[in-house]
Structure formats: C-alpha cells, structure tokens
Write a protein that binds this ligand. Structure first.
Ligand code: GTP
Ligand code: MG
Length: 319
C-alpha cells in the first residue's frame, strides 16, 4: 500500500535502483517516518549499496557548509557524477521552503535529475535521527548517487553520529570560529580529514589558518596530512581544491585499506546500536506487560535487590 501509487508501476525497490528520483524521495520519507515499508525497502536494496562515496560536512552554524556543498555539487555535476545531499538540522529543521529561501545555492540544483537534495529533522525513526539518516544514505547509494554529501550542524555533537558513517569528514570553519579550534585542541572533536576555512576574504583568515595548523601539529603524526584550504564558497573560489582534497583523501584511505576498515567498524557498530535499541524497546514492553518484572523493579526500590542484579535477572529471563 505504501509501495506505490499506480498498479502498473514497478515495485518501489526496482524503481529506486533504477535511479528514479521520486522513488528515492518516497523511500526516504518511509524511513524518516519509521514505516516498516522503509526498513523492508532498505533490506531489499542493501546488496546494491557500498558504492557511493560518503562525505560528511560539519562545522558551526552559518560558516557556509550549505553554500560549499552547493558549489561542490556543481563541480561534481560538471564531471557527470550523480550526487545526493542530506542536510541534517535537529534544532531548526529546514523545510524545502527554507532551502529555497536564504540558502539558495543548493536550490540551484533542485531541478537537476542527477541531484537529489533532502533535509532531515529529528523525527520518528528507530534510534532517532542518525538511524534515519543512515537509512537515507543507503537509499541514495542504492539509487546510484556516486557522491552522498551529508551536512550536520555543530561540532562534536555525539547525537549526530551519522558523521561516523562518512568516508571523509570535512570541517568547515570561518575566521573567528575560535570555539571550534578550541574544541579540536581539547580533543572534544575528532580530527577531521579536510579543514576548510570559508569566507576567506576576511582579514583574519591567515591567522586562523596558522592557529589551526598549530593545533594539528600537536596531534599524533598520521600518514594523511590534513589539508587546510581557504574558500569563498559563494564565489566558488577554492572549491576545486576542496573537491581534489576529498578525492585525494578517498584514494588515500582506499589504498591504505582504511576505507574498508572504517566501513566495517561503522557497520558493526550500527548493528550493535540497532540491536541495543530494539532490546531496550522489548524490555520496556515486558516491563509494562509482566507484573513480575514490575515486582522485580519494586524490590530494587525497596533496596532488597541491587540494580545490577535486577538487570541480570531481566536478561536471564529473556534467554
Ligand atoms: N562573504 C561570504 N559569505 C558567505 C560565504 N559562504 C557562505 N556565505 C554566506 O553565509 C551565510 C551562511 O551560509 P550557509 O551556507 O547557509 O551556512 P551553513 O554553514 O550551511 O549554515 P547552517 O546550515 O545554518 O549551519 C549565507 O548568507 C551565505 O551566503 C563566503 O565565502 N563569503
Ligand atoms: Mg546549512
């Protein structure tokens, strides 16, 4: 019932795999709404995933992430690469209306068949926003998007761990985003793979670059040297270099075997994460349905059983 409209239409999975933009849009709405048909769709197309390059963009509000992504999309399109863009904004989910307003650059691409742009807000899906986002990334990948660009706001927000699923992480900053440099320095934020200082016509740009370089120099030596690139995204200036740095990073991790290792680790964590969420749901259900569970919890409250023993007892009963 959720799979399509016309009876003569091919199944949703088939249409999605053929690159149909409407099927992709429909699929993402399903996963966003935690509709079982969405999980089923992902199950069907999953064997066709793993081909896309996933690039995460993070950085403080207003530094120009969307504008930069817009320029990179144009760059990728010039090379005939198909692109998907996911913008995640848990605090102020922007509607297509907002996308069409101030954050224009992305909207330039709305009519292009080779580009699919979507924003996601904190809703429904099992495990929350980052689960829904990962499913959406998988659907974009399956639909033949060669590059999937994911934008998240903020620095070091643990809840947006979709960034863990990116092959390459780009941190966008602008002159004056000293807090983010501090976050890097303090190790609150993991070292990204590429750093972009946008709005680089600002007089403080070079001192910002020096400051970042100083912070990176304190970190461990790695065989990937994090490039610090200056851009003016609104003008498209420096964007070519960012695209090249992303390519170079991808080639680097592919050659070193790190790509497979990263993806393997992330997918294993994903499975554990989903299992944990489901287990918790199941336990909560049993808590509501089973008076003996309630009794066990009451005994904890009465200090007759300690919490850890009660937890073990709960798990033992499941087995
Ligand atoms: N002067 C100048 N303005 C820029 C540049 N890049 C982006 N902007 C402007 O900065 C504002 C914010 O840009 P966005 O691309 O929306 O920034 P963002 O990081 O995606 O913002 P959030 O999604 O709200 O976190 C917009 O008004 C852009 O036009 C640049 O290189 N120079
Ligand atoms: Mg943005």
């Amino acid at each position: 019932m959720t799979a399509g409209t016309g009876s003569k239409e091919a199944p949703l999975a088939e249409r999605l795999l053929s690159g149909d933009k409407r099927a992709l849009a429909r699929g993402i709405t399903l996963v966003e709404n935690d509709d079982p048909a969405g999980w089923e769709l992902v199950r069907q197309v999953y064997p066709h995933t793993g081909k896309a390059r996933i690039v995460g963009f993070t950085g403080p509000p207003g530094v120009g992430k969307s504008t930069l992504i817009g320029s990179l999309v144009a760059h990728a399109r010039a090379q005939q690469r198909e692109v998907g863009v996911l913008s995640i904004d848990p605090s102020s989910p922007f509607t297509e209306g907002a996308l069409l307003g101030d954050r224009i650059r992305l909207a330039d691409h709305f009519l292009d068949e080779g580009v699919y742009i979507r924003s996601m807000a904190s809703r429904g899906a099992l495990g929350g926003l980052s689960e829904a986002t990962l499913q959406a990334v998988l659907l974009m990948d399956a639909s033949g998007k060669e590059d999937v660009l994911v934008e998240t706001v903020g620095v070091g927000q643990a809840e947006i761990d979709i960034i863990d699923h990116a092959d390459t992480i780009v941190l966008a900053l602008m002159p004056g985003s000293g807090d983010s440099v501090q976050a890097l320095k303090a190790g609150v934020m993991e070292i990204p793979d590429v750093i972009v200082v946008n709005k680089a016509n600002h007089p403080l740009t070079d001192s910002m670059v020096r400051e970042i370089r100083g912070v990176l120099a304190l970190g461990p030596m790695t065989d990937w040297k994090v490039p610090i690139l200056k851009t003016e995204a609104t003008e498209g200036r420096g964007v070519e270099e960012v695209a090249q740095a992303i390519d170079a990073h991808h080639e680097h991790i592919a050659a070193a075997g790190t790509l497979e290792e990263r993806r393997g680790r992330n997918l294993r964590n994903e499975v554990l994460g989903l299992a944990a969420v489901r287990l918790r749901r199941e336990l909560e259900r049993s808590l509501r349905g089973d008076p003996s569970v309630q009794e066990l919890l009451d005994r904890v409250v009465r200090r007759e059983v300690d919490p850890a023993s009660a937890a073990e007892e709960l798990l033992r009963r499941r087995a």
